[in-house]
Design a protein around this ligand. Structure first.
Ligand code: OAD
Length: 238
């Protein structure tokens, strides 16, 4: 059992499952995103080079969709935990694989997007990232350099995730690692639980069902994120 009063430094990894009940498809469920689009058709640099219109249209659609949905009780619970712990000077970091902005809209502040963000554009000419809410299919100019060379600021398969040194430093310092709504199918995130265990952290999984790496967790609670996450946060906050 994880003793809540001993916990001082939490690292939380989130995945598509935390946003599912807000109406965003997960990646690997039946009827999920990849059912309609093969990964290699939309989420690799090769796909972008081969068929930029398909890839830009796909991400334009996703960008529009995330602006129509709202954070759910799980996002709000984590934001509350972040705020309370911050006010007490305790460490916490949310690492999300999600490219939506629902954690920040719920109010979370200590947050890293390791797979990029839908609401940002990356200019392939000047390499500057800009906030972006509109479409890219019409090849708009980069707001910084004017080049018509924008791409979604999303990490594709074969590309390096963002913030890795900061993430590994946080995992090294964690005494509790919590994984929420992720299938444990995509590395390096799928390996964080082992890294956390390796340096002595307790590990907890909150997911709809056991993930691929479920045997690495000391404790697990299975159910919809909007139920299990608020329940767990309530326990932590006492
Ligand atoms: P997946 O779609 O692989 O996994 C989602 C997980 O959430 C599954 O284990 C589901 O059982 C669980 N789940 C579904 N609904 C849930 C709910 N209501 N409450 C709690 N859990 C629920 O998504 P990720 O693990 O996030 O990468 O995928 C990881 C990465 O693969 C993504 O970031 C993306 C993708 O390729 C990139 O785009 C680079």
């Amino acid at each position: 059992m994880i003793r809540v009063k001993d916990v001082k430094n939490i690292v939380i990894l989130t995945g598509a499952g935390i946003s599912a009940e807000s109406g965003i498809d997960t990646f690997r469920s039946e009827g999920g995103l990849w059912e309609q689009h093969r990964i290699e058709d939309v989420a690799t640099p090769e796909a972008f080079a081969r068929n930029p219109d398909l890839v830009l249209r796909f991400y334009d659609m996703r960008r529009e969709r995330i602006q129509q949905v709202i954070p759910n009780a799980a996002h709000f619970a984590l934001a509350e935990l972040d705020a309370r712990w911050r006010s007490e000077g305790r460490h916490l970091l949310i690492i999300t694989q999600n490219v939506d902005d629902l954690h920040e809209r719920a109010g979370a502040q200590r947050l890293l997007h390791m797979h990029g963000e839908h609401l940002k554009a990356l200019c392939q000419a000047c390499e500057v990232r800009s906030d972006w809410r509109g479409t890219m299919i019409d090849r708009p100019p980069c707001p910084v350099c004017g080049a018509r060379a924008l791409r979604p600021d999303v990490v594709w398969f074969g590309e390096m995730p963002y913030h890795m040194p900061e993430i590994y430093a946080a995992i090294r310092a964690a005494d509790l690692f919590v994984s929420i709504g992720t299938s444990g199918a995509v590395y390096p995130a799928a390996g964080f639980v082992r890294d956390a265990r390796g340096q002595g952290a307790k590990t907890l999984e909150l997911n709809l069902e056991p993930s691929q790496g479920s045997h690495w967790f000391d404790d697990a609670r299975y159910g919809p994120a909007t139920e299990v996450v608020p329940e767990w946060v309530e326990e932590i906050l006492g």
